[in-house]
Design a binder for this molecule. Structure first.
Ligand SMILES: O=P(O)(O)OC[C@H]1O[C@@H](O)[C@H](O)[C@@H]1O
Length: 291
């Protein structure tokens, strides 16, 4: 087995290869002036290739993955596993308005047609319970960053109130809080636009509390920002935030900091300056499970 990655995610792919004691090799990319991509994979391949690429900013990355898979198969790879710590297009799982494409089904099928196995971290699934329902590959495995995030929080605090900003976050915040013995609460959220969210905190005494917002991702940052403003308005002494997937689109980090959040941490599922939690060991364990 060889681990293969791209320059933009080298540190994480290398860390995975070290955890698995396997060779790391890199796929070369060139962008032509018209926006097309040239892909060149290393040759002399083993039977099993594990491609590591996080799928934030997915459109060009998906094309580059398809090009890579085609040439890897041509050069003898018989099994190709995709490790995509952040998996794109999982949020749209229904035709919410007439004419909208159900991207989860389309991209899930595309990945299943091209990869033998897909491994990801805390995918954003609503109505679908298991990843294999969205990606009907031989193995579709979702692992959680919760254990690593919990250990990290234990190193930062003797105690803190963990806060999930919406009902979807309950699955992550409750598991982390129960595992490390911290208290937690979950707010409710109504979203009326990409950047318009209203958060309602549950009734309790927040005065003097050190609160830590825990969520699967920050995209525009407005969910975390609104939750932090509410917590501080209700007397919280300090608010920090930790997310698995630091998408941080455009000015998201600034929006969160301006709301009063003191410290922001993330896992390295996506490369970002807030990365503080490494996923290599969790991903290595997942790869071991499927080989
Ligand atoms: O508010 P932004 O950061 O744009 O979006 C991230 C939030 O939207 C939800 O889907 C995620 O689970 C997270 O709570």
């Amino acid at each position: 087995m060889h681990i293969m990655g791209f320059e933009d995610y080298r540190a994480q792919a290398l860390a995975l290869s070290i955890a698995l004691q396997t060779e790391y090799r890199e796929i070369r990319l060139h962008s032509f002036p018209d926006g097309e991509s040239l892909v060149q994979v290393p040759v002399n391949l083993p039977d099993h290739v594990v491609l590591v690429r996080s799928l934030n900013q997915p459109n060009s990355k998906l094309i580059e993955l398809l090009l890579s898979v085609s040439v890897l198969r041509k050069h003898g790879a018989r099994r190709i596993t995709l490790v995509a710590p952040y998996l794109c297009y999982m949020r749209q799982d229904a035709e919410n308005h007439p004419g909208e494409a159900v991207s989860q089904q389309v991209i899930g099928r595309l990945l299943a047609d091209n990869f033998d196995d897909v491994i990801t971290v805390d995918p954003h699934l609503h109505r679908v319970q298991r990843l294999v329902q969205a990606i009907p590959a031989r193995h579709a495995l979702a692992v959680t960053a919760g254990g690593e995030i919990g250990r990290f929080l234990q190193q930062q605090y003797a105690d803190a109130l963990l806060v999930g900003p919406d009902s979807e976050s309950e699955q992550w915040v409750s598991e982390i809080a129960i595992t490390i013995g911290f208290s937690y609460t979950v707010a409710s959220k109504v979203r009326s636009g990409d950047k318009q969210v209203a958060i309602t905190l549950p009734e309790r005494d927040y005065a003097g509390q050190h609160a830590v917002l825990v969520d699967d991702m920050a995209s525009t940052g407005h969910t975390l920002a609104q939750a932090a403003e509410n917590l501080l308005h209700n007397g919280a002494r300090q608010v920090d935030a930790v997310v698995t997937h630091p998408l941080f689109c455009s000015d998201a980090e600034q929006v969160i900091r301006q709301s009063g959040v003191t410290r922001i941490w993330s896992s390295d599922s996506i490369t970002h300056s807030t990365n503080a939690i490494q996923l290599a060991n969790v991903l290595a364990e997942a790869v071991r499970q499927i080989v």
